[in-house]
Design a binder for this molecule. Structure first.
Ligand code: ZN
Length: 336
């Protein structure tokens, strides 16, 4: 079989820089950002025969770079007062998140895909400002993936997953504000588990989904409910600027199968659920979405929200927490 084509004849994408020799190095696709030339179908991935599938929870490249397990990957800028003030980098956050003064950020060179390299520079957590952990090329979101949430808005669970896009311009980080759009008077929070893609891929088979996931973060699929109900398409209702808070970091060592997910507004519990209540699992969603489109490193999949969605008002503080990841907190302000 032509290695550039799958059994169905579909072209396997090869980004510039791909070298077939990488396929013979055993851990194919882990030699660097250009070795992720896998979009297959049928095991036509370069070196698929040799490359052991990465198990969920298995140490990832970033762990190996540091020589220790469990990784939280953040994107950050350095606060004033340091010679590096203002620079933006990815980094690995170490320490106990319940004690922020114990946290240290180890800077990575370049991006966290493939085999990230530490620069050797480290910062105290209080000296950095966390940014959105990723700037995705696209965000593919899934609607009505928890039966109780579908029911609370009077909807059925769809026969096939309901998918929509949120634009890259809707992304904000954990220290940024949700700006209430002037064309809505009913903006809602939707706490969601977000999946961050780690490798270019298309037509991902179910058993190879773990190989294409970099990790998981918290998301708020902020929605102008009145606009969603008024307009047939959801581009404005779910795509306005600041409608996609992500963070605080990407946890790469996590099984997404049964995690507690909550949303509070001003400390009051509004949403509570478990990812085990998803109608379609993370893996099933990635199979479904990648059947249609190429996913790129950094792309984000939002997996649906549990029951309890409700209004946000200017002045509110909304917090999405997911077990094993952390808490994403944003304030709501009036758009300036
Ligand atoms: Zn949603």
């Amino acid at each position: 079989m032509d290695p550039a084509r799958g059994v169905h004849g579909a072209l396997v994408l090869r980004p510039a820089g791909f070298h077939p020799n990488h396929a013979e190095q055993g851990q194919s696709g882990r030699e660097g950002p250009h070795a992720i030339a896998w979009t297959s179908i049928d095991g036509a991935a370069p070196g698929a025969g040799e490359a052991p599938a990465q198990r969920p929870g298995a140490p990832r490249a970033a762990d190996e770079a540091r020589g220790s397990p469990a990784v939280r990957i953040a994107r950050f800028s350095v606060r004033e007062g340091s010679p590096a003030a203002g620079s933006v980098s990815f980094g690995v956050v170490e320490g106990d998140p319940s004690r922020p003064d114990s946290l240290v950020v180890h800077e990575l060179a370049g991006h966290p895909f493939g085999q990230p390299q530490p620069t050797g520079e480290s910062y105290r957590f209080q000296d950095v400002r966390l940014l959105s952990p990723m700037l995705p090329n696209k965000i593919v979101a899934v609607g009505r993936n928890y039966a109780a949430h579908a029911a609370e808005l009077g909807n059925e669970v769809p026969d096939v997953p309901l998918t929509f896009f949120k634009p890259s311009t809707s992304v904000i980080g954990p220290t940024e504000n949700i700006a209430y759009p002037p064309f809505s008077s009913d903006v809602h929070h939707e706490a969601e588990l977000a999946v961050v893609i780690g490798r270019m891929c298309r037509e991902v088979p179910l058993d190879r989904v773990p190989e294409v996931i970099l990790g998981y973060t918290c998301a708020n699929d902020v929605t102008a409910r009145d606009v969603q109900q008024r307009e047939g398409q959801w581009a404005r209702a779910k795509g306005f600027d600041t409608a996609c808070p992500l963070g605080p970091w990407i946890e790469t060592d996590l099984d997404p199968g049964d995690l507690a997910i909550t949303c509070t507004v001003n400390g009051e519990l509004r949403q509570t659920g478990r990812t085990s209540l998803m109608v379609r699992s993370v893996a099933e969603l990635i199979v479904h979405i990648s059947e249609a489109m190429t996913l790129l490193p950094g792309d984000v999949i939002l997996t649906g929200t549990p029951a309890g969605v409700g209004p946000l008002n200017v002045g509110d503080e909304v917090a999405v927490s997911i077990e094993g990841i952390g808490t994403l907190t944003n304030k709501v302000i009036k758009r300036g």
